[in-house]
Design a protein around this ligand. Structure first.
Ligand code: ADP
Ligand code: ADP
Length: 213
């Protein structure tokens, strides 16, 4: 199964990705997570990306396209993958199509999580993540069993630097201007289905699984 999950910041892409990869046994490719890892390890890529990510702007296409291409070529993606947060511009989508053509493979589906803007800022500023395994939590809607620590590995949960009200608001604007045209791009290819992301985490998962049947 080769999938893309699309939606504005805070829509629930990462949360739903965890459920999808478990069901279909495919790797989760989050360009945001790869960038955050590179930033924390201060790699060359991390140094180039840091300012964009922290301001809530898009990292230049050539950098992220290279990240995605390299990742898709890895052995564990042979039978499928879930792309989360990539592509984010039409140029990235065109580059992805070209890469998949070269590899002789097709996308199966694009999941579009549709959420009212009012929910997004609240969800993002109450988001916490585990720096060790990447798992996402929420202070209000998806709290860990013990406050402040990851259920799976006990690491202390952190807040993303870009999850402030101001940066999230900017990221939503960037999404509307630069990423939302991908909804029509993939709808025209007959790949896209919409789910209502304002429902509970469990209900959204159910809708996604139905759409993937
Ligand atoms: P994205 O990857 O799209 O930015 P996340 O999956 O990280 O979004 O979700 C954003 C925040 O909202 C997280 O803290 C997550 O636990 C929470 N969340 C995700 N889906 C829902 C939902 N359906 N209802 C309420 N909170 C949610
Ligand atoms: P969210 O979906 O919650 O906004 P992500 O983890 O997907 O978060 O992305 C965080 C940040 O990483 C983005 O705001 C952007 O700066 C950068 N980023 C991630 N993926 C891409 C991409 N495909 N193109 C450009 N920038 C990206």
């Amino acid at each position: 199964m080769r999938l893309i999950i699309l939606g504005p910041p805070g829509a629930g892409k990462g949360t739903q990705a965890e459920k999808i990869i478990e069901k279909f046994n495919i790797p989760h490719i989050s360009t945001g997570e790869i960038l955050r890892e590179n930033i924390s390890q201060q790699t060359e890529l991390g140094k180039k990306a840091k300012e964009y990510v922290e301001k809530g702007m898009l990292v230049p296409d050539d950098l992220v396209v290279k990240i995605a291409q390299d990742r898709i070529m890895k052995e564990d993606c042979k039978d499928g993958f879930l792309l989360d947060g990539f592509p984010r511009t039409v140029a990235q989508a065109v580059a992805l199509d070209a890469e998949l053509d070269k590899l002789g493979i097709d996308l199966d589906k694009v999941i579009n999580i549709d959420v009212d803007k009012d929910f997004l800022v609240e969800r993002a500023i109450t988001r916490r993540y585990c720096p060790k395994c990447g798992k996402t939590y929420n202070l209000k809607f998806n709290a860990p069993k013990t406050e402040g620590v990851c259920d799976d590995d006990g690491a202390n949960l952190l807040q993303r630097k870009d999850d402030t009200e101001e940066t999230v608001t900017n990221r939503i604007k960037v999404y509307t201007a630069q990423t939302s045209p991908l909804i029509d791009y993939y709808r025209a290819q007959g790949l896209l289905f919409d789910v209502d992301g304002s429902k509970s985490i469990e209900e959204v998962t159910e809708e996604i699984f139905k759409g993937l049947e």
